[in-house]
Design a protein around this ligand. Sequence first.
Ligand SMILES: [Zn+2]
Length: 379
Amino acid sequence: MIELLWLLPVPLIAAWWITRRRRRPPERRQRDYPPELLQGLRYLFDDEIDSAVGVFSELLERYPGSAEIYFLLGREFRRLGQIERAISAHQNLIARPDLDAVERERGLLELARDFQGIGWLDRAERLYRELEDSERFGETALKHLLELHESGKDWNRAIATGRQLERRTGESAGPRIAHYYCELAEAARARGETGEALGLAGRALGTDRGSVRASLLRGRLFMAEGRSSAALKAFRRVERQDAAFMPEIVEPVIACHRQLGQPEGAIRELDHWAEDYPLPSVVAARARLLAERGDADTALVVLEEHLGGRPSADLARTLVEIAPEHCIGPPLRERLAGMLGELAGRDNRYVCRQCGFETHQLYWRCPGCRSWSSIKPGG
Ligand SMILES: [Zn+2]
């Protein structure tokens, strides 16, 4: 163990020793200050590693109860990516007979984190489980365990551990657990088990009434089953849950009305939304529907009005697409629509409200900061 000491940065060694001294009664401080410490630091500064190791080995033998140096060593090794050395440091610590119960638990927690870091997940899980009832470290152990289940996509166990964490902390983990149910539902959907997927998406909604992901998933599953009215109901729930996601439901809602043979219903619905949420995607979709039923003049007026207020490639492209032929001829129309379509694609982005990560794909967990539900449409 002690031969690993030379890898620890010098300031860390000094900080440890000073902290250690300050915890002792004042009358003992003078007596405890070992002159060998300075000699050891001098060796380290001079890169005389063997001599430094010799001095620090002696110091650690003379001053038992120095668990902190092991924690510092372990943390530093882990930071440097030298996980096996971190494991060695923590195992040496736990093996010490003079260790008190709290330090032992802390050592087990650090060792579990090492195991998790190196991918020995079974061993990590066993240690986290050993600590789950610990007064001091139980909550932290459960949080790490939850991350471990998430990284292994073990959603059933993540649900169980999430519930356990809720009981332990008294705080709701509903939104996070709802994502786990949605993950299971999406897996069932990929297997073609639509009924199973619907049941799981329903449980997600039961766990978190505000789950936009569950509503979108239920809507798509109902549509796949040809249940357009149920799908409409599911999509409409998004408006109440989080209006920032309105662009996600525009096209699905229009598709539901088409499935029901009621295109006028889509126009009425978008009329209402355009008043409350004058988003480019809502206005553009409404204009296309108006043009589709032969009311291109009204559609153009609507687009011009909104383009004046808020420039948008999506709105401009829609205007180009539905403008009469004597205004824009077919070759120019095609070129402009292509250019504006590309610009609209750049506009339609998702942004993480936690870390600012930008993407053109909706992720329910941010790839940047790993937060759940933090990515939303637009900026
Ligand atoms: Zn983020």
